[in-house]
Design a protein around this ligand. Structure first.
Ligand SMILES: [Zn+2]
Length: 104
């Protein structure tokens, strides 16, 4: 059964995708928020791997796009301060780094 609760749209993972350590509150940082879309930076306090999650509100609900990133939180904040970087720019930047795409 579909649930369309708008009150808590967050779909962040509860635990590290690598070591399954449960994220602590301080491991999760909100980097940017534009038009209801949010970019979160998560760093596992155990294995140190960082993830970026882009939560996009769509008519079908909340899409959660995640990837491992080499960029630290500071890098992202620097990027954000330097110019008007949108969430999409941040996502493009890390996708560029990881060279991941739908084409195989
Ligand atoms: Zn981990």
């Amino acid at each position: 059964m579909l649930s369309t609760k708008n009150s808590s749209p967050l779909k962040l993972p509860n635990d590290c995708l690598y070591c399954k350590t449960v994220f602590r509150e301080k491991d999760i940082d909100l980097i940017d928020q534009v038009n209801g879309n949010s970019v979160y930076h998560l760093t596992c306090h155990k294995c140190g791997v960082s993830f970026i999650f882009h939560l996009v509100l769509s008519k079908d609900g909340v899409l959660s796009i995640g990837a491992v990133t080499d960029a630290g939180k500071e890098d992202l904040e620097k990027l954000k301060r330097g110019e008007n970087v949108t969430a999409d720019d941040v996502i493009s930047a890390y996708l560029e780094t990881k060279k991941v795409g739908p084409n195989k």
